[in-house]
Design a protein around this ligand. Sequence first.
Ligand code: NAD
Length: 311
Amino acid sequence: MFDVVTGGAGFIGSHLVDSLVARGRDVLVIDSLCAGKQVTIAGHLASGRVRILQMDLLTDGWQDSLKGAGCVYHLAADPDVRQSAMTPEPTFRNNIAATYRVLEAMRIHGILNLVFTSTSTVYGNATVIPTPENYTPLEPVSVYGGSKLACEALISAYCHSFGMKSWQFRFANIIGARSGHGVITDFVRKLKENQKELEILGDGKQTKSYLEVHECVEAMHFAMAHSKNPVNIFNIGSEDWIDVRSIADILVEEMHLPGVKYRFTGGALGWVGDVPKMQLAVDRIKGLGWKPRLGSRESVRIAVRAALEGQ
Ligand code: NAD
């Protein structure tokens, strides 16, 4: 029996593939490589434990390869929250349409287990922080958050209609080696170009929860092993938060650039659809026996060091 990881050559997907191989699973990665890189799973491809189908989920031809899979981990998506306000179409296609196509392929081939990577942005500007899974109303403020909430709803309907089980993980900001987007990637790129000034989107006071990617993947496996409802929804994040200015400070310290001036673009939001305060309540997964070891600050430092080492 093998598992399928869509988006398995991406940031979180490649770490998930590492963990599945370590657990003795064979893996089929389906990834268009529009953002992912084959090099992230090259060792596994060489060992024969992992195969890759370089295909876009929006095209046909990959569906039959799901036959006989134990579980589909569906991570492929357009994860760019900021861009989703400027050009919503790719978000709709790569998130909602692609998820529908994965569900249909699973239904046709009788694959019953699905893992879906959702997001804290389904909560929008929540008035309860830390925000628990049963918080309402779910009122996303970004096209990206809306697209993920639509996927959650569709997955729920497929689970109840066709006897499937799903684990839907609402991630805080996941960071670490191999990440190709997000605030740390953005700051490292800018500081490599200009060591005198760092542009910070918004007022730098946006305060959010960050979790290192290995912890995230560990939490996913733990939750799956301990929950068996048709639809299992879990927040995954650290138990604290950090503001954007402090992330810049850590980066400047790690790069030994004490003279850098910060230039804030201004306003409470970094971009249209930004959520300036986000921390997830993780009591549900803690109730099963898993808790994050790292806080946001430590996770940021690990991710900054990985980014500076070119990982
Ligand atoms: P990523 O961009 O590194 O990975 C996404 C992968 O999907 C890439 O390898 C890309 O090539 C592939 N892909 C995209 N569209 C595709 C398509 N149509 N067909 C086939 N492959 C396609 O992003 P990531 O940060 O690793 O995110 C993984 C998942 O976790 C996404 O679903 C994202 O929405 C979700 N998520 C991430 C975070 C985070 O902080 N990184 C937070 C919340 C949720």
